[in-house]
Structures are given as C-alpha cells and as structure tokens.
Design a protein around this ligand. Structure first.
Ligand code: ATP
Ligand code: MG
Length: 211
C-alpha cells in the first residue's frame, strides 16, 4: 500500500506534519509520501514559489525518515491534477494499492477536481477530520455510487481502490492561510510551524505581501 498526502504546503505547518505521522502509524506504512503541488488546479497562485515550498517541506521532515517528500508534481508542467499524479504513482508501483490522504476541507471540494469521477477507480481515500469541517460525504459523491464508504481501514485491504475511510486525527486549528496572514501583518507565527521553516521564510523574505 502506498500512502500519500498532496498539498500546496504554502508553508508546511505542524498541522500537516503531526497528522501525517499519525496517518502513517494508523495505516501501518513504513513511509508516508508528501507531494507538494507545482500549480494548484483549483485555487489561487501560491504565496511562495514551488521550489521554496519544496525546500521548506524537505527541511521540515529532514529528521523524520517516515515522512518522504515526493517531488513528482513539481517535475510536470501545467496544473497539478491529482488524476495525472495517480497515474504516475500507479505506473511506478503497479502492484500496490494507493491511499490518497486528504483533510475534510479538501474532500468536500472533490467534485471540482479534474476527472474526479475517475479517481475512485485509481485510489482509496483516507479523509482526516479537520477543525471547522463536518466529516461527511458530499452528496454528489454519494449520488455517483462510485465511492464505497467504509468504517474500518480493512476495506483498504479487501478492495484495490474506491473506498473512503474517515480518520479522527489530532485536531489542530492551524492553516497555511492563517500563517500567511500573521506574516502579512508582521506578526510572529512561531510554534505553528518548524523553526527551520520559519528561518527560511525570514531569510528569503517570503509571504510579506497579501496573504
Ligand atoms: P491553505 O490554508 O493555504 O489552504 P492548508 O493549511 O489547508 O493551507 P494545504 O497545503 O492546503 O494546507 O493542505 C494539504 C492537505 O493537508 C489537505 O488535504 C488539507 O486538508 C490537509 N491539512 C492541512 N492542515 C490540516 C490540519 N490542521 N488538520 C488536518 N488536515 C490538514
Ligand atoms: Mg488548504
């Protein structure tokens, strides 16, 4: 089983990192892959360039061998569609089932994703509780009949793809948007994100404009 969590990581924070670790343990994986996107397909342009977001992420996980930065989306041009990413991971690991890890806020918008109704034919979904978002399956997804809602993670083993499991990770009310807002008003976001990431932000003068 290959577990991976996509994101803009603009910048990476302790919410991402702590839940990633908990998910890796929950799924019993050796490693969880973190995939920074190059160009988000359904949101505004990131506050920091892709390479800076990648370097911040790499510095954040440097001492944690169970979290791996997977740069495949940065190596493709154009919008970073999860559909293309899934094909790429599948091609690299043809005999493994895939588990896409995402927060409830992201899952709520899945119907806006490129070729969303083909995604359950490629991967399972592990949906993380997130403060402010009710854990539920969006009605369009239910109506499509393409997603199998499971109560236990064993559905990931019984089927090759198409299962959705919710997971109540530790709840952190931390977001990259919140951190960008703090930086834009010259506030101090310390203790919301790794010290090394904050140092890079300060050295490179990132996030000084509009959040
Ligand atoms: P932004 O505010 O810019 O959207 P973010 O904090 O939501 O940033 P993303 O890079 O958008 O971070 O998130 C990547 C993935 O991590 C998404 O699936 C998101 O739902 C999940 N995630 C981010 N923060 C948390 C958190 N505190 N708890 C649980 N999941 C989270
Ligand atoms: Mg987000």
């Amino acid at each position: 089983m290959i577990g991976f969590m996509g994101g803009t990581f603009d910048p990476v924070h302790f919410g991402h990192l702590r839940v990633a670790l908990e998910v890796r343990e929950f799924l019993g994986l050796d490693r969880l892959r973190l995939l920074p996107c190059r160009e988000p397909a359904h949101r505004s342009v990131p506050g920091a360039p892709a390479q800076a977001r990648r370097m911040m992420l790499e510095s954040a996980v440097r001492n944690e061998p169970s979290l791996l930065v997977d740069p495949r989306e940065l190596e493709r041009s154009g919008p970073s569609y999860m559909y293309d990413t899934l094909l790429s991971i599948q091609a690299e690991f043809p005999r493994q089932s895939l588990v896409l890890v995402l927060g409830m806020d992201a899952f709520a918008g899945l119907e806006r994703w490129h070729r969303w109704n083909e995604l359950p034919g490629l991967t399972h979904f592990l949906v993380l509780h997130r403060p402010g978002y009710e854990p539920q399956v969006p009605t369009g997804l239910t109506r499509s009949g393409l997603f199998r809602i499971g109560n236990y993670k064993d559905v990931f083993n019984r089927h090759a793809f198409g299962s959705v499991v919710f997971h109540p990770v530790s709840q952190f009310e931390i977001s990259s948007t919140g951190i960008r807002e703090i930086l834009a008003r010259s506030g101090n976001p310390r203790f919301l994100l790794p010290e090394s990431v904050l140092e890079m932000i300060r050295e490179q003068g990132l996030y000084t404009g509009n959040p």
